[in-house]
Design a protein around this ligand. Structure first.
Ligand code: SF4
Ligand code: SF4
Length: 436
């Protein structure tokens, strides 16, 4: 018998005689006396009466059980899922000029009809099932509404039942567009970033076509319009770790803006910016204040939203809501069929790499080249990083975002909950205790 590698173990906040144990692979959870914890998990005395139960829950495993191999099997299975989903950039142009945009510096061009036709052919050839999801992306995707309509109509003619998720700054959305999307897509959701209030919002976005004074109101009104039509709307609040105090104020203000509208369709969440300066790295924060992401999580909870929008009901939903849910892969883009199609038809394994031709892995004209080195990084199911191999969060993180590693090396590789995992387990325990 040996101790599982995948345990978060921590003293209970208000009762240091109790230890909380969460298994990041099996999602099993126990609270036990500290004395018992020490005997089993520190002294490795496996003769205690609850050892069999702990073994069943995955906290203890057989000596010859290879936990890393079991996890790899899960990845192999998960990553072979033939997901019918693409990210589609209708344009790399944008009417905003955010300082933090990862597409800063790339060439700006809209998708032409010729590229759209090749995209449609590429989709028809590679996605045989009738249900198909498009993540509309840009630049600002609504700047090329005509091409969205064209692709939508052609795919529907070809028999697809379409699901759409639209990542937009929200400034160009009109009632007519919304009516069109609701009519054409069997499921529709939006992601809109709002990271300041009033004129300050306008100054961050620096729209070329909207006065800084008017931009905020326009976007808030458009989010309200989505909520009034019961469209799932994710409002993303980007924040720099050092500016967490301001981000919390913005969060609370934003929630007020949407009062009186359908809040069951709304999800506001904090998204730490991947800035390159040392103390802005959220998984490796060394400042004096409480960890910025923990502050964000606490604010989110006290305001009634969980850390992640739960995908499941009940206890599993709660685990997910605290960011403690295991995953079959680091992200959906590692699955075989997920791809991002640039406005010029270039294929990338992730939208974060768009416009950087050195990371391309094919085109809609010629298809994916599967022996391309970037494609292979995404499709590799083996964990090669020695630190990951020993990490208790591996079932949740699965080695982290592949694009992040390609772009920034290992500096920002770790999961955002890495430094706050014990606090999250305590918060999770408090929530389940309320239900007991
Ligand atoms: S940025 Fe990272 S986590 Fe997000 S889709 Fe791309 S590879 Fe996946
Ligand atoms: S990237 Fe970091 S948090 Fe994720 S598994 Fe590897 S060591 Fe753990």
């Amino acid at each position: 018998m040996k101790i599982s590698q995948f345990i978060i173990a921590t003293e209970q906040d208000d009762n240091p005689n109790t230890y909380l144990l969460y298994n990041t692979h099996t999602t099993a959870f126990v609270a036990m006396e500290k004395e018992k914890y020490n005997k089993i998990f520190i002294e490795k005395n496996f003769k205690e009466d609850c050892v069999q139960q702990l073994h069943k829950m995955g906290f203890l495993v057989d000596d010859d059980f290879d936990e890393l191999a079991a996890l790899e099997e899960l990845r192999i299975k998960g990553m072979s899922d033939p997901v019918q989903n693409v990210t589609l950039l209708t344009t790399t142009e944008c009417n905003a000029r955010c300082y933090y945009c990862f597409e800063n510096g790339i060439k700006q061009y809209p998708m032409t009809k010729k590229v759209a036709d090749a995209t449609i052919q590429y989709i028809k050839k590679n996605y045989p099932e009738p249900q198909f999801a498009i993540n509309w992306f840009g630049g600002e995707p609504l700047m090329n509404f005509e091409i969205m309509k064209y692709i939508t109509e052609e795919l529907k003619k070809a028999g697809y039942d379409l699901i759409a998720h639209i990542t937009t700054n929200g400034s160009l959305l009109t009632e007519e567009m919304l009516e069109y999307f609701q009519k054409e897509y069997s499921d529709l959701s939006f992601q809109i970033t709002i990271d300041e209030i009033g004129e300050k919002y306008g100054k961050i976005k620096r729209y070329v076509d909207i006065d800084a004074k008017d931009a905020y109101k326009r976007v808030i009104n458009n989010v309200c319009m989505l909520l009034d039509h019961h469209v799932t709307t994710n409002v993303r609040l980007n924040f720099a770790a050092s500016k967490i105090e301001r981000a919390k104020e913005i969060y609370i203000q934003l929630k007020k803006e949407f009062e009186g509208h359908d809040n069951s369709s709304l999800y506001i969440y904090f998204a730490p910016l991947t800035l390159d300066s040392d103390n802005e790295i959220i998984s490796d924060f060394h400042g004096d204040m409480e960890h910025p992401f923990l502050q964000a999580v606490k604010t989110q909870f006290s305001e009634g939203f969980p850390l992640y929008k739960p995908r499941y009901d009940g206890d599993m939903g709660l685990i997910g809501a605290f960011g403690l849910m295991p995953n079959a892969f680091s992200c959906g883009m590692t699955t075989k069929n997920r791809i991002s199609i640039d406005a010029d038809g270039t294929l990338y394994k992730c939208h974060r790499l768009s416009g950087k031709k050195e990371f391309a892995c094919g085109t809609v004209f010629d298809g994916i080249s599967e022996d391309n080195s970037i494609y292979r990084i995404f499709r590799n199911t083996t964990i090669e990083d020695e630190e990951c191999k020993k990490c208790n969060l591996l079932p949740i993180c699965q080695g982290g975002c592949k694009s992040q590693r390609i772009l920034y090396g290992n500096k920002q590789k770790c999961h955002r909950i890495r430094q706050i995992q014990k606090e999250l387990v305590n918060l999770y325990y408090k929530e389940i205790s309320k239900k007991m």
